[in-house]
Write a protein that binds this ligand. Structure first.
Ligand SMILES: Cc1cc2nc3c(=O)[nH]c(=O)nc-3n(C[C@H](O)[C@H](O)[C@H](O)COP(=O)(O)OP(=O)(O)OC[C@H]3O[C@@H](n4cnc5c(N)ncnc54)[C@H](O)[C@@H]3O)c2cc1C
Length: 277
């Protein structure tokens, strides 16, 4: 008999790490060893995390695909499910179904200059792609990460930055509000870092993840700088309930974000994502 696609596998929380105020990374391991051993995902994919009687939420997988014994989800307290998850402790159970969705086109990035442009908690869904870049740096011409958040305290995965840089990532950080704090780096929205990018060429690729408004301004700027629509990839977040193209909540024109995305090439969605140029 076919397994019901809505039945989650149970996982145990084996670690909880506070990343920022109201944002924590939950490390999960499936209770069924067979499920854990066979679970694989690609960077940019997400799981539906569930608690009985409360509900389900789509959450990106934020650990490296190379880590096989557990998987991370970095969760911002937003509403019903995420608030309930934030009250869980190490050893508690959580339902997991997935992985779902179209990942970042990591294989197609080989031999190119990769720019990862991130806003706020958008870093969770692109971090596994950064892990691939750092693990296989010689496969790429270059890797630049431009990461902006409102305040310095909300920059995620800060303890990994020096490792990323040691592996050859050009990392540039910025915050919207930095002057009153002891912030030694750039101040301004993430597009104000775009002069740090290599000049656009047929080998330029951009992965963008963050709030829609930030991604729109990034695309406008990249297009002005001569980037091709075909070389810009975005990860979209929309309200979704089923993750399997049934409920229709995440429909955006002709596409379903849950399965056709969440990662899209900009030239596929420019007419439904919003006219930007
Ligand atoms: C592909 C994907 C990946 C994601 N990855 C992450 C991740 O890595 N980390 C993370 O923290 N979040 C992630 N999210 C966002 C997360 O799924 C949502 O924030 C989700 O709504 C949280 O569930 P909740 O039950 O806690 O919040 P909800 O109770 O659903 O509330 C969340 C927010 O939505 C509002 N809301 C509630 N119902 C509606 C409605 N019907 N229409 C419009 N707004 C409504 C609420 O007021 C609140 O502001 C991702 C979403 C997608 C689609």
């Amino acid at each position: 008999m076919t397994r019901n696609a809505f039945i989650p596998n149970q996982a145990s929380i084996i670690k909880i790490k506070a990343e920022a105020e109201n944002i924590s990374t939950f490390t999960l391991s499936f209770q069924d060893k067979n499920v854990q051993d066979h679970y694989t995902f690609e960077p940019g994919q997400y799981n539906m995390l569930s608690l009985p009687g409360i509900g389900e939420a789509a959450i990106s997988i934020s650990s490296s695909p190379h880590q096989r014994d557990a998987l991370d989800h970095t969760i911002r307290l937003a509403g019903r499910v995420t608030t309930a998850v934030s009250n869980l402790k190490v050893g508690d159970s959580i339902g997991v179904r997935g992985p779902y969705g179209r990942p970042w086109p990591v294989k197609e990035l080989e031999g190119t200059d990769v720019a990862v442009i991130v806003g706020g908690t958008g870093c969770a869904c692109v971090k596994p792609a950064i892990n691939i870049l750092t693990d296989h740096m010689t496969d790429f011409k270059s890797a630049t990460v431009l990461y902006g958040s409102k305040v310095a305290q909300e920059l995620l995965f800060a303890d990994e930055y020096s490792y990323w840089q040691d592996q050859g990532v050009n990392l540039h950080l910025t915050v919207d509000e930095g002057r009153s704090l002891d912030w030694p780096f750039h101040v301004g929205v993430v597009t104000t870092l775009f002069d740090k990018l290599k000049k656009a060429s047929p080998d330029s690729r951009a992965l963008i993840s963050g709030p829609d408004i930030m991604m729109r301004f990034c695309v406008i700027d990249l297009l002005k700088r001569g980037w091709s629509r075909k070389n810009i990839f975005l990860s979209l977040e929309r309200r979704m309930d089923c993750a399997i193209k049934m409920c229709g909540h995440c429909q955006l024109g002709p596409v379903y974000v849950c399965q056709d995305g969440p990662v899209f090439c900009y030239d596929e969605i420019e007419h439904v994502f919003g006219a930007v140029a």
